[in-house]
Write a protein that binds this ligand. Sequence first.
Ligand code: UDP
Length: 243
Amino acid sequence: MQNMEILGVRIDSLSMEQCLDQIIQAVLADGDIRIVTANPELIYKAASDRELQQLINSADLIVADGVGVLWAARQLGHRLPERVTGIDLALRILEEANKQGWRVFLLGSKPGVAERAVINQQKKYPNIVFGCHHGYFTAEQQPLLIERIKNFAPDILLVGLGAPKQEYWNAANTGLARVRIGVGGSLDVLAGLVKRAPLFVRNLKLEWLYRLLTQPSRLKRQAILPLYVARVLQAKRRQKHCE
Ligand code: UDP
């Protein structure tokens, strides 16, 4: 597998299907892999936080979550096959899980949301065995939660605690599932609480703009995007100087 770096974060050059293949292999081989869906916000944060950067880079797979990552890769001379967003990956995994009868645990979101996600998805995917827990647990509650997930023995653990919290959580909790993935706000979408952008908007690669307009609370977070662009262009200039 080829990979490259954006502002010090490794990005694996994988299509959605290649990523899914690796996930299937990990489940079949009784593996223990950790996947990071890296978006510009996380990459930018990691650029000034060495511990976070190392923690991300030590993941088994790091996929390009969004057009901003594809764009940066192109600036730095690499062509990544496609975006592999947390929600698209989660949806693709659920399809496969239903075919294979996998056990899937949803961890994250506000109380009640993961349950709603299970109810919704169970109708669509009756062969999946689901478990779930909300993402607002205290440090004292954590050991019991971990015990509960261990007893459930998930093939797939979808962790929607927001980045980078979910990255720290997944890195600290090896052995909990065959595949652990940070999926951001995907459980809110699976629960039907947050609507995805219409397909034509996604095809225009403007889902980020749709999210910004429909969830204005994201504005402050997205304010880092120009800074991310500037850092990537700076890295591009440096790269040219070194050539
Ligand atoms: N969240 C959580 N526990 C926390 C903080 C956040 O479960 O302590 C959840 C939050 O409810 C939301 C998700 O993490 O469902 C973060 O979603 P966001 O849209 O910010 O993530 P993104 O997709 O942008 O990474």
